[in-house]
Design a protein around this ligand. Structure first.
Ligand SMILES: Cc1ncc(COP(=O)(O)O)c(C=O)c1O
Length: 437
């Protein structure tokens, strides 16, 4: 038997004790638990690339504002369901400064993370028009949003965008949207899990086809501005974060604070509705929400039912962070660009040891270095590779659970890997190559 970096028998035992039927298709949280158990049993630290947890400290300007708000007793008071006025103002300014779009503060709604933004959106969108009962996922995507559909009993369709980049996405979208059953479509940009970034041309096509078929575009900007090939960090100055909001007038944007501002723990993000969508009347909403107006239904129906608003003190934090970005006193991208630097080094190590990057280009440009990248090894399916990696002290998740058709691949997340672990990573990859050449 070959000597693997983590003792073979220990890994085998922990896998069997975990009662996970197939490690390769386990959820992110299951993998996290399993790795922690193997680390404890073997006494060896993994190169942990399975979960997208921010690897740096929370934006200080937010922490300070939140502490001050708590001292001022906001914890005792229910926040307004549609959000703190100062946060709504700063969010609208942020949209103007960093997306170059106009939205009114009324259309900027805090949610308990983008996770809840998604839940509220799907609950509301699915009731808007009785003739349209399906969400389209432009995949690969964030698996939990599909789980949200499952628990709500909602229909979805999906396709892997890998084969449909550039102009090719037009025909694909036409073929699906022309059936008439799609109420909205969702994607993340930059994309979790592949880090592909749609070009302006692709966003324009998505916007045009959505407008043609009256489909709402849900653009998940969880990694706002983190395509480090362009510096979008100067308020009011081009380039801006590319967005479909330039090309259609019925959209919902999710601006998460979790990764951009490392504020994941406080569960406070922004959901931005276009003013047009906010004010659109859908008769299908009336039996469920008592109003046909989409914006009122989502605020006083969905968000009210789900959580009656968002943590009061965290809203003060996010308002202060957005204000500092808007005023140009805080450049959040300076804090997070380390993810891109780490990705460049780690990708090189993988490629030098026989791996390939699965989603490797944005049409004609090499993919950016960022929070995630995708890898495959000749002769392995993603699920097999994920399991084999456990013996080498490396963890990731299988692309299969993200809606990707490239089932040979894994998603690797750079955030929790410390630079001091790079020599270990290199050693383990070399061993892997040695054992599997
Ligand atoms: C694409 C995407 N959307 C949404 C989320 C969740 O964001 P939040 O922490 O704001 O709920 C994540 C987190 O990993 C994500 O990657």
């Amino acid at each position: 038997m070959k000597e693997t970096p983590i003792d073979y028998q220990t890994v085998k035992r922990i896998i069997s004790e975990s009662q996970i039927s197939s490690v390769g298709s386990a959820s992110i949280r299951e993998i996290k638990r399993l790795i922690t158990d193997i680390e404890e049993a073997s006494g060896t630290k993994f190169i942990r690339m399975e979960m997208g947890i921010p690897g740096i400290s929370a934006a200080q300007v937010g922490v300070d504002a939140q502490i001050e708000a708590l001292r001022n007793n906001v914890a005792a008071i229910y926040p307004d369901i549609d959000g703190l006025p100062a946060l709504k103002e700063e969010a609208a300014r942020f949209c103007k400064n960093f997306l170059d779009i106009e939205v009114s503060p009324a259309s900027c709604l805090p949610t308990v993370g983008s996770m809840m933004g998604g839940f509220a959106t799907f609950m509301t969108m699915s009731k808007a028009n009785p003739k349209k009962d399906t969400t389209l996922f432009i995949d690969p995507g964030f698996p939990v949003q599909k789980q949200q559909h499952k628990v709500l009993g909602l229909k979805l369709e999906t396709f892997d965008v890998y084969e449909y980049r550039g102009e090719k996405i037009r025909e694909k979208l036409e073929s699906i949207l022309s059936k008439g059953n799609i109420h909205s479509m969702i994607y993340s940009n930059p994309n979790n899990p592949t880090w592909i970034c749609f070009t302006e041309q692709e966003l324009q096509i998505i916007g045009e086809i959505a407008t043609k078929y009256d489909v709402v575009v849900i653009e998940d900007l969880a990694y706002f501005g983190m395509d480090f090939r362009k510096d979008i960090s100067k308020p009011g100055i081009a380039p801006f974060q590319p967005s479909v909001a330039k090309y259609t007038d019925k959209y919902i944007l999710f601006i998460s604070s979790s990764k951009a501002f490392s504020y994941a723990g406080e569960r406070c993000g922004m959901m931005i509705l276009s003013d047009t969508l906010f004010n659109t009347k859908y008769e299908g909403l009336v039996p469920f929400y008592g109003t046909p107006i989409f914006g009122r239904a989502i605020v006083y129906g969905a968000i009210y039912c789900l959580s009656s608003g968002t943590s009061h003190s965290a809203q003060y934090a996010l308002a202060a962070i957005l204000k500092a970005c808007n005023d140009g006193t805080y450049n959040y991208l300076d804090d997070v660009k380390v993810y891109g630097e780490k990705a460049a080094i780690m990708k090189k190590m993988f490629v030098e040891n026989g791996f390939k990057i699965v989603y490797d280009t944005d049409i004609d440009q090499p993919i950016a270095d960022g929070f995630y990248f995708t890898i495959a090894y000749p002769g392995f399916s993603g699920e097999e590779l994920l399991e084999e990696f456990l013996y080498y002290g490396i963890s990731a998740i299988s692309l299969g659970i993200t809606g990707s058709k490239r089932t040979e691949g894994l998603r690797a997340c750079v955030s929790l890997v410390h630079e001091s672990q790079f020599p270990d990573l290199e050693y383990r990859l070399k061993k892997f190559k040695e054992h599997h050449s």
